[in-house]
Design a protein. Structure first.
Length: 106
């Protein structure tokens, strides 16, 4: 019985190690293949490839500029909203102080 349990455990350990080694090999092979495809793509200098790279670069710059503009507008709007809220709270405090109920209590 004990020997069978040990065999099952050893089988499990062996299967795990085999799967782990296979996964590592697969990842290394995949990485090598991806790097080869990247290198191949970088070496292509056809008219279409140059146009695509240029379009992607331009689009990326435009998106980056847009994101920067949105961030700046958000920051500006947020600051204005905080100031408006503070002004509103101050005005509400002034009006509350002028209420007849508050004057009688003083």
């Amino acid at each position: 019985m004990e020997q069978n349990v040990n065999k099952v455990v050893s089988f499990g350990i062996g299967a795990f190690e085999s799967a782990r080694a296979g996964a590592e090999t697969l990842l290394k092979n995949l990485e090598t293949e991806i790097n080869a495809l990247i290198a191949n793509g970088e070496s292509v200098q056809s008219e279409n490839a140059v146009k695509i790279r240029s379009a992607v670069t331009d689009a990326s710059k435009r998106v980056s500029t847009l994101v920067d503009q949105v961030k700046a507008q958000y920051t500006d709007l947020s600051a204005k909203a905080q100031k408006a809220l503070a002004d509103l709270q101050a005005k509400a405090g002034e009006l509350t102080a002028k209420l007849p109920i508050n004057k009688q209590a003083a």
